[in-house]
Design a protein around this ligand. Structure first.
Ligand code: 5GP
Length: 114
């Protein structure tokens, strides 16, 4: 297993199941296993070249990734009729980060229309 392998790599490769609500060539969004709001999604970048463990590790090559995730979250919210939500990055162990594959939390008390 590569050093940087995480559970989210396995979700991208469909080696473990996830409730995927959106996917394109760049991004995947799936339901958090332990939701902290009525709607709790995680947005991740799929391309190997976009992989970065944490906001703490961003560099010139990956600086675009947080904005990519935010733009996809914005688009999904719009398409699902959600106009109030929170976007969060947990940064580092001290910031509550458990999975070291950069991900954007999307939380809303509005329910997603499946
Ligand atoms: P972090 O604290 O690293 O920002 O957030 C990791 C999130 O991933 C947590 O909210 C946790 O519930 C979620 N999570 C961890 N393992 C899995 C999994 O196997 N499947 C899904 N769907 N979510 C997971």
């Amino acid at each position: 297993m590569p050093e940087k392998e995480t559970i989210f790599h396995k979700i991208i490769r469909r080696e473990i199941p996830a409730s995927i609500v959106y996917e394109d060539d760049e991004v995947m969004a799936f339901k958090d296993k332990h939701p902290k709001a009525k709607t709790h999604l995680l947005f991740i970048a799929k391309k190997e070249s976009d992989f970065v463990p944490s906001i703490n590790d961003l560099d010139e090559k990956t600086a675009h990734v947080p904005l990519l995730l935010i733009r996809k979250a914005q688009a999904l919210a719009k398409s699902k009729g959600i106009d109030g939500y929170q976007l969060k990055f947990h940064v580092g162990k001290g910031g509550g980060q458990e999975v070291f594959f950069l991900h954007l939390h999307f939380l809303s008390e509005q329910k997603i229309n499946d």
